[in-house]
Design a protein around this ligand. Structure first.
Ligand SMILES: [Zn+2]
Length: 177
């Protein structure tokens, strides 16, 4: 873990911090995951409009029991990650994600990287403090997802600094981004 480095270019600016805060806040209020709350916000290419928000959650109408949620295998099988959640939300609302920017505090897994690529999203902005929390068992998938994004022309950046005004649950631990 200490040696792991995702090699993502840093980005500065209040606007990026604000959209990352939106992603954290949406995750806090809408994630169904009891251990890691992940959010995503899709913004237009010109950064002047929020196209969609998403959080890791179970499909609408599934209403799982507490026992099902607590069962890791059941959870992985049924949960929708934050990135497709935001893309689906855009689809439902008839908004194009072509050339959009996705604010995602964490790094996508490989299936989500594929979804981002094929949704036409061209830029991904994460949060360094959260990315560096990536558990060891996810690092390999994460490194592969980053390579895939690079190969398919999605630019990646990470914001280095405190977000403020939000709390988050990651890998079962509460922290203040
Ligand atoms: Zn994913």
């Amino acid at each position: 873990m200490a040696d792991w480095n995702p090699h993502i270019e840093l980005i500065e600016g209040e606007i990026h911090k604000n959209f990352l805060r939106e992603a954290y806040a949406y995750a806090w209020n809408h994630s169904h995951d009891a251990t890691s709350k992940i959010g995503a916000v899709i913004v237009s290419h010109s950064l002047d409009e929020i196209i969609a928000r998403g959080a890791n959650h179970f499909p609408c109408g599934l209403n799982p029991t507490k026992e099902q949620i607590a069962d890791r295998n059941w959870k992985y099988e049924h949960i929708i990650h934050a990135e497709p959640s935001a893309i689906f939300s855009a689809a439902r609302n008839g908004k194009s994600t072509e050339c959009a920017v996705i604010y995602l505090p964490w790094i996508p897994c490989t299936p989500c990287a594929k979804a981002i690529i094929d949704a036409g999203i061209k830029q991904l902005i994460g949060h360094k403090d959260m990315i560096m929390k990536t558990p060891e068992h996810w690092q390999q998938s994460t490194d592969y997802a980053l390579k895939l994004l690079e190969k398919c022309g999605v630019k990646k950046f990470m914001y280095d600094g405190k977000i403020g005004g939000v709390e988050n649950l990651f890998d079962g631990k509460l922290w203040y981004p």
